[in-house]
Design a protein around this ligand. Structure first.
Ligand code: PLP
Length: 500
């Protein structure tokens, strides 16, 4: 029998699966095959290989393997990234301490991060606190932890109290020394993980405050923002959704606004964190046809920290996120392993920091290698082309929805079609005009087993969402399938209404 690795390689090269969800019976069967208790005598590798491939894997969905999976923003895995990821497992490097005489792993990680900065048009020299994480949630936790460290130290400095560190003395003592009663996170439409991160770093979910514009909730109301920054005894972290997950909309709209925000934050000692899990890749685009998106990503070089995801639009396997900050000195205040001299960095002049002192984990997977491989395999032009293809598919879906008498695009904008389409990034939010169909829409689309979409809500009503995030999408091929599915669902619904 073939080994597992050969089977995996074959799987990767096999044609795309048509059916993205396992049938109910596949799931039941896979569930029934699960080994119930730990065997005293192991089954052995050949038996387990067969068990995994023939009994368990049929119960998986094809979320990364099929470009017709549009649920959530899952991404896929490029060929280069997939190969590298298998190498990561085979070599099992622990990328926690920078040991340049023993392994090149930390140097690969740092280089991958610097290539990533280049992809995002950020100067690697400016973003020296950089690390790979398990995902955007972990990066948001790091961002808020660094922000907390910074804003408290800034507030303390205004009272001539220097080097106050939450990492050292804890939140209560540090706030006391800084004369602060409160830390708030000012944002517009944040991802849920911002609240989770706020809870984890001791600020609390209630510290997340919305300062969105009336009528354009994704955008910052700058005067409301300034009013909040001025509150005495309160320090602030601003969290920008550079690409909001439900709608794909960007929270800021260009360089002027970013300069203004930077100036306000410098005046009031605030920190700007950007959650750019998938939106930050918009910086790879050129302006022609994508001006609305590039504007939403403009000025990110002025912020303090940035969250990004590898396992979304970068199309590397789970789990991979990244974090970038311009405050190298803060990193070790927050994340150091104290009194562990043997964990310290390499020789003098070496600028690479040991990952365990600048991020959450100590022992870590070598998740940098797939990023290094995929960036070098396809280059910035390759990534730009992949992203354009994904945006163009999303816009084609949106255009079809706009022209359809059965469906409506959300949010409903009273603008000319061209302008509406120009705001579409990779997410298409829509619903059915018929309210009853709308309630059943996600289920009916997914029941076709041709494409998969996820359900959400918009203005208190159920809504449906295409999230295009797979490097393999092809506009003409995938649009025709999607059109067929949406048209047949609407027809099926109408037919069922006329029957009695
Ligand atoms: C997906 C997403 C997250 C969470 O990312 P994980 O990788 O699942 O931790 C955070 N913020 C935004 C904007 C996202 O799209």
């Amino acid at each position: 029998m073939k080994g597992l690795l050969a089977t995996i390689a074959e799987l990767h090269n096999s044609p795309e699966p048509n059916f993205v969800l396992p049938s109910a019976s596949c799931l039941i069967q896979a569930r029934e095959c699960l080994i119930q208790t730990l065997p005293e005598i192991g089954l052995g590798v050949p038996k387990v290989t067969k068990h995994l491939m023939e009994e368990i894997a049929p119960g998986f969905n094809a979320s990364s393997r099929s470009s017709n999976y549009y649920g959530f923003v899952t991404g896929g895995s490029t060929e280069a990234a997939t190969l590298a990821d298998n190498l990561v497992t085979a070599y099992d490097q622990n990328v926690q301490v920078h040991l340049p005489k023993e392994t090149i792993a930390t140097e690969v990680e740092d280089r991958a991060l610097s290539l990533l900065c280049e992809l995002l048009k950020l100067d690697p020299a400016q973003w020296q606190h950089r690390t790979f994480t398990t995902g955007a949630t972990a990066s948001n936790i790091i961002g808020l932890a660094c922000g907390r460290e910074y804003v408290i130290a800034e507030a303390a400095a205004t009272r001539n109290s220097f080097n106050v560190s939450v990492g050292q003395v804890g939140l209560f003592e540090a706030m006391h020394q800084a004369g602060l009663d409160e830390i708030q996170i000012l944002t517009t439409v944040p991802h849920s993980s911002i609240s989770k991160a706020a809870s984890l770093v001791g600020l609390g979910r209630a510290s997340v405050k919305i300062v969105g514009m009336e009528g354009s909730p994704h955008k910052f109301d700058m005067s409301l923002l300034e009013k909040n920054l001025q509150v005495p005894g309160t320090a602030s972290i601003i969290a920008i959704s550079c690409g909001e997950v439900n709608s794909g909309q960007f929270a800021t709209s260009g360089m002027d606004e970013m300069r203004q925000m930077r100036k306000l934050c410098d005046t009031y000692g605030a920190w700007i964190h950007v959650d750019g899990a998938f939106g930050i890749l918009g910086r790879t685009l050129d302006t022609a046809n994508y001006a609305e998106i590039t504007r939403g990503c403009e000025g990110m070089e002025l912020v303090d920290s940035i969250t990004g995801d590898g396992h979304k639009l970068l199309n590397v396997p789970y789990d991979c996120g990244f974090f970038l900050s311009r405050h190298k000195d803060l990193a070790q205040n927050v994340f150091q392993n104290p009194n562990a001299a043997y964990l310290n960095a390499g020789p003098a002049g070496d600028t690479i920091l040991s990952p365990l002192n600048i991020g959450i984990e100590n022992s870590r997977r070598f998740r940098a290698l797939p990023v290094y491989a995929t960036l070098t395999a396809y280059g910035s032009a390759g990534y730009r082309e992949m992203l354009k293809r994904q945006i163009n598919l999303a816009r084609s879906i949106a255009s079809f929805v706009l022209s359809s008498s059965d469906y409506e695009l959300l949010p409903q904008l009273s603008k000319p079609t061209e302008e509406v389409l120009a705001t579409i990034y990779i997410i298409v939010l829509f619903g059915a005009k018929d309210e009853e169909l709308n309630k059943n829409l996600v289920q009916m689309i997914n029941a076709t087993s041709k494409v998969y979409v996820s359900g959400t809500a918009w203005n208190g009503k159920p809504a449906c969402r295409f999230a295009v995030s797979n490097w393999k999408v092809e506009v003409a091929r995938d649009l025709s399938l999607i059109k067929n599915v949406l048209e047949s669902v609407a027809q099926e619904w109408k037919a069922s209404k006329t029957k009695f």
